[in-house]
Design a protein around this ligand. Sequence first.
Ligand code: UGY
Ligand code: MN
Length: 231
Amino acid sequence: MPLEGYPFSKLPTWPDAEVRVLASPALGANFAQFLIDLPAGGRGQFPADERIETFCYVVSGKGEHREGTRAKRQIVAGSFSLTPPRVANEFCASEPMRLMIFQKRYQPSPGIPLFSALHGNEHEVVAEPWAETDKIKLQTLVPDDLQFDMAMNIFTFTPGFGLPIVETHVMEHGLLFLQGKGVYQLGDEWMEVQKDDFIWMGPFCPQSFYATGEQPAKYIYYKDVNREIGL
Ligand code: UGY
Ligand code: MN
């Protein structure tokens, strides 16, 4: 879905912002994902909720983030955070700021303790070679640990490289294309994709990708992981 096709929403707790709802349960997704543009000086928040965990990634710009009652933290492009249920998230832009926010119901599991809030910047996260080539790099922003019921990863592909197989898996994806271009296989269709496009992939959607263009192709994507299958 290209960005220009999304009309803006106004959300009560984000009165200063232009909000695009990229995905929600109305689409069939088990999560909500937003792209939020805050002007300089603009503020917004997601109040604490008993059930909801919140991931934030700064696509561009600068500002401040406060998790719950913690001290404010400066955020810049590439900053990210994941907060557990019952923690509010407040944002204030010092320069125009574009945020990608992801929310879902946290899925507790017996014997697994709730995680603590985490944050960092993508530049501090190791880019591991993937599929036995350093032409494809994977950054795992949320640690691969059973405490977490979600993954949020960044893939970067040198043009000419791509996913070596067609994947078909139970996990969903919410994917925002950050840089470059390529062709994505979704079901039995190949589609051209580029910076700012959003893709929702439902469970068992056959998928593959091949990077084209001149710049490395880069995307950030969500995946539900580490929990039993609900029956
Ligand atoms: O982690 C993944 O499932 C990833 N390889 N899928 C994707 O990039 N479409
Ligand atoms: Mn996949």
